[in-house]
Unconditional design. Sequence first.
Length: 63
Amino acid sequence: MTSHESGSPTHGSYAHGSPTHGSYAHGTSGTALLGDTIGANLVRVVATWPDRDALVDVPSGRR
Protein backbone atom coordinates (compact mmCIF):
# COMPACT_ATOMS: atom_id res chain seq x y z
CA MET A 1 0.00 0.00 0.00
CA THR A 2 1.37 3.45 -0.87
CA SER A 3 1.15 6.43 1.44
CA HIS A 4 -1.48 7.88 -0.93
CA GLU A 5 -3.68 4.82 -0.53
CA SER A 6 -3.35 4.89 3.24
CA GLY A 7 -4.49 8.51 3.36
CA SER A 8 -1.23 10.03 4.59
CA PRO A 9 0.13 13.04 2.69
CA THR A 10 2.97 12.70 0.22
CA HIS A 11 5.20 15.25 -1.50
CA GLY A 12 3.06 17.05 -4.05
CA SER A 13 -0.17 15.75 -2.61
CA TYR A 14 -3.36 17.74 -2.22
CA ALA A 15 -4.32 19.19 1.13
CA HIS A 16 -7.98 20.14 1.47
CA GLY A 17 -8.42 20.09 -2.31
CA SER A 18 -5.51 22.44 -3.11
CA PRO A 19 -2.09 21.48 -4.47
CA THR A 20 0.67 21.88 -1.90
CA HIS A 21 3.09 23.13 -4.57
CA GLY A 22 3.20 23.97 -8.25
CA SER A 23 4.92 21.97 -10.95
CA TYR A 24 7.45 23.29 -13.44
CA ALA A 25 8.29 20.08 -15.32
CA HIS A 26 8.30 20.70 -19.08
CA GLY A 27 10.50 18.02 -20.61
CA THR A 28 13.36 18.90 -22.90
CA SER A 29 11.86 21.98 -24.54
CA GLY A 30 13.91 25.16 -24.47
CA THR A 31 10.71 27.22 -24.33
CA ALA A 32 9.92 28.54 -20.86
CA LEU A 33 6.56 27.80 -19.28
CA LEU A 34 4.11 30.52 -18.28
CA GLY A 35 4.97 30.29 -14.60
CA ASP A 36 1.38 29.97 -13.39
CA THR A 37 -1.09 27.13 -13.08
CA ILE A 38 -3.68 26.18 -15.67
CA GLY A 39 -6.38 27.46 -13.34
CA ALA A 40 -4.63 30.79 -12.74
CA ASN A 41 -4.07 31.20 -16.46
CA LEU A 42 -7.75 30.44 -17.17
CA VAL A 43 -8.87 33.01 -14.58
CA ARG A 44 -6.56 35.61 -16.16
CA VAL A 45 -7.81 34.86 -19.69
CA VAL A 46 -11.47 35.06 -18.62
CA ALA A 47 -10.81 38.42 -16.93
CA THR A 48 -8.98 39.74 -20.00
CA TRP A 49 -11.59 38.63 -22.55
CA PRO A 50 -14.90 38.16 -20.67
CA ASP A 51 -17.06 38.03 -23.82
CA ARG A 52 -15.11 35.20 -25.49
CA ASP A 53 -15.20 31.45 -24.96
CA ALA A 54 -12.48 30.55 -22.47
CA LEU A 55 -12.85 26.78 -22.62
CA VAL A 56 -14.62 24.59 -25.18
CA ASP A 57 -15.20 20.86 -24.66
CA VAL A 58 -16.17 19.74 -28.17
CA PRO A 59 -17.16 16.11 -27.38
CA SER A 60 -19.65 17.19 -24.72
CA GLY A 61 -20.71 20.41 -26.45
CA ARG A 62 -19.91 22.48 -23.35
CA ARG A 63 -18.56 26.03 -23.53
